[in-house]
Design a protein around this ligand. Sequence first.
Ligand SMILES: NC(=O)c1ccc[n+]([C@@H]2O[C@H](COP(=O)([O-])OP(=O)(O)OC[C@H]3O[C@@H](n4cnc5c(N)ncnc54)[C@H](OP(=O)(O)O)[C@@H]3O)[C@@H](O)[C@H]2O)c1
Length: 420
Amino acid sequence: MKIQKFRKRIGLIGFGCVGQGLYDVVEANRHLGWEIGCICVKDKEKTRSLPASAFTYDVQEVLQDPSLDIIAELISDTKEALGILRQALQQGKTVVSANKKVIAENLPELIQLQQRHGGVLLYEASVCGSIPVLRTLEAYYGSEPLVEVRGILNGSSNYILSKLHAEHIDFQAALAQAQELGFAEADPSLDVEGTDALHKLCIMAAHAYGLLVHPDDVLHLGIQYISSEAVELAAALGCRIKLVGSLKATPTGQIELRVLPTLIPETDALYDVEAEFNGLEIEARFAGKQFLKGRGAGSHPTGSAVWADVTATIRGYRYTYPKLCTSQATATSGNEQITVLLQGQSDRLAELQDLVQPANQYKIIGQSQVILSLTPQQLKQHESFLKQQGIFVAAIPESVALDIVPEKYRSEEAVPVGSL
Ligand SMILES: NC(=O)c1ccc[n+]([C@@H]2O[C@H](COP(=O)([O-])OP(=O)(O)OC[C@H]3O[C@@H](n4cnc5c(N)ncnc54)[C@H](OP(=O)(O)O)[C@@H]3O)[C@@H](O)[C@H]2O)c1
């Protein structure tokens, strides 16, 4: 029997921060003809804002309900989420998701499933919450070569860094504040170790450059080992430290991509992206630079991005991955020398210098900080060592004048070797 429908129906899987955000946005826009058809959650004991009859605990009730027009996968369990996306796409369904980890780690398969079975998967909310990043890269810049895409992609770590600079507190205190205000998870490792930003970067790479790259192959270092000395030194150089994810086309056709803490000078558009905000600078070959800034997380901002996807599907919108068809791009961390600040125990720093044998000069800033030149590929090669030894790394852009490093940051025993 054909079910007579008056409204488009959404099957919602997950009713946490983002799921509830989507619910509110749909309710506020009922005049547009959509409704939440059913909601699947996991915990039967949890107190809910809706009557128990609104919920199911069996995901198959959503996945196999023919009256639903679209499925919104908004759960925190990544393994289960991948199963949901696979099953929905194998059935040729339309599904939206915010799950950056699952998408970043499985994008080739998810694209193939869409091609094979005719389903649709949109995931705008997975990259920078409410900022329309993927739609901009895919639909607007789909046929213009991009020079560089770089940004602050994680609100929790940005909030912590802003606190470190503004209040001169230490990392643990700033993290505790971020957790109290709900800007950081109880387990903040994905945020502060740069993994969340890495997942977003890998998703952007597919849309910006037609590059499919697995997160494991990309250099990413976080802010978990940052010290107040590093923050002070950055401030003395007129900079703020930000966790920056970047994608850049090289003259040889490779795409350089990495997530690295970076000293950002006042003249840089990212300098004023503070607290929990995200910001993205897109430089296109002909259009020049453009800048997007907004809320990268949170219930309503992220719910709004999911809603934008839901309503776009009904107008026939789907990702076409325009640059995947034309691009031969390969990924690299980067072969060009960059200048980095390293901070950690002096014997560990010495060990690292033995390992990387910096071809160029380095200058000892103090016993626990050095500045030297190396390639991002060398950082990638020694990524595990850096993480195991608790070494904080921050890139220093060429535009930052190092000759103004104040004397007080150079210890008595410091032995400047060459100059930068
Ligand atoms: N929070 C943000 O600002 C944000 C921003 C961008 C993207 N995202 C992404 O959005 C997704 C959801 O995040 P969230 O912050 O909304 O998580 P959350 O607040 O922890 O909520 C997770 C929801 O998923 C449900 N769930 C977990 N495992 C399930 C299972 N096996 N079957 C059915 N339901 C299950 C939970 O059910 P119970 O209610 O029964 O526990 C809960 O309702 C994640 O992929 C996250 O990375 C979040």
